[in-house]
Design a protein around this ligand. Structure first.
Ligand code: MN
Length: 335
């Protein structure tokens, strides 16, 4: 049975967090600046109140986010599984799917420890969840800001920088605001703690590596158009990265270049998943079209304008199937 709070947070949610002594945080596989920034801020704040708070994610901290974590607080399962031992409460940030969080959340549940969620993605109704899911929030960073304020826990300059990075990442440098002015007020409050926002913006948005840039060139060369040039797409196997040194989901980082084309309303990428025969579908759309339902049709999720799914089968057949659905979505929504 789901028990989910919105914001303002229900007293039972705040009491549950206040009552925990050893909190273990985790986020989705392929961690991003939103989930990681939210984790770092929460960990610092929890420790300042005398609690033990640790982060153990499925995946290691990506190198490009090392600057976010000056004290080395972000752990990962293969190195830090022993840290799970003392946890009396687990919190999943930036996802509400235990399957997307990998082994840390599963290990806690297997021990009978409660694992609750703090997320801003549209929730899957069939899942048994407790915690907070608030889709009106720009980012998990903004949601965790509100959570820390409601708990009365402190946000120092390092935590504020992490939350600011989380918000900036998920809003594409404060462009995708869901028309909530509150997002900018939170960012302003965070900036007032005194950190320098310029290096944050550069690290997030002006830091593409040489090999990532070469990958982008290869992807743009493979890009095709469909739906009367309103869909830009590419379906690639792992050879796209041959000879390049790339981190997890370097392909996914290029999707804004697809949807950023004038006249294109939907971007679609199909790329190798983690297991053999598995493909990762990524979808983005401009405001005029929603693509969340297409991702959900394939068992995935996300937002209405940024969503994804994991597929099994033949790459080209899957791409054709997805494209047919996207073209239908254009007809259904735009006529
Ligand atoms: Mn997020």
């Amino acid at each position: 049975m789901q028990q989910l709070s919105g914001v303002p947070f229900e007293p039972w949610l705040l009491a549950k967090i206040q009552g925990a002594r050893h909190i273990l945080l985790s986020t989705h596989v392929g961690p991003d600046a939103d989930g990681l920034g939210a984790q770092l801020a929460f960990v610092r704040a929890a420790r300042a109140t005398g609690r033990t708070a640790l982060v153990v994610n499925e995946d290691p901290l990506p190198k490009r986010y090392a600057w976010l974590d000056p004290d080395g607080d972000i752990g990962h399962f293969d190195r830090d599984a022993a840290q799970l031992q003392d946890a009396d409460f687990g919190l999943l940030f930036d996802t509400h799917e235990v399957d997307r969080a990998g082994r840390p959340a599963r290990a806690l549940r297997a021990r009978g420890v409660d694992v609750w969620v703090v997320d801003h993605h549209a929730v899957k109704p069939e899942l048994d969840l407790q915690g907070c899911v608030a889709t009106e929030f720009s980012s998990s960073g903004e949601l965790v800001y509100q959570l820390l304020r409601s708990l009365g826990w402190p946000i120092d300059a390092i935590a504020a920088r992490a939350l600011y990075a989380a918000m900036s990442f998920d809003t594409g440098s404060f462009r995708f605001l869901r028309n909530q002015s509150q997002t900018l007020r939170v960012a302003a409050d965070l900036l007032d703690t005194g950190f320098d926002a310029n290096p944050v913006q550069e690290a997030l948005f002006a830091s593409r590596t040489r090999d990532e840039t070469l990958l982008l060139g290869r992807l743009l060369a493979r890009m095709q158009f469909a739906g009367g040039d309103r869909i830009a797409w590419a379906a690639v196997d792992s050879s796209i990265g041959d000879g390049l040194t790339l981190e997890n989901d370097a392909i996914g980082e290029t999707i804004p270049q697809f949807v950023g084309i004038d006249g294109v309303l939907i971007a679609m990428q199909l790329k190798p998943g983690r297991a053999p025969g598995e493909w990762k579908l990524s979808l983005r759309s401009k405001a005029a079209v929603k693509i969340g339902a297409v991702a959900r049709h394939f068992g995935g999720g996300g937002h209405e304008h940024a969503a994804g799914a994991t597929l099994q089968g033949d790459k080209d057949a899957l791409a054709a199937q997805v494209l047919a659905m996207l073209e239908q979505a254009l007809v259904d929504q735009l006529g």
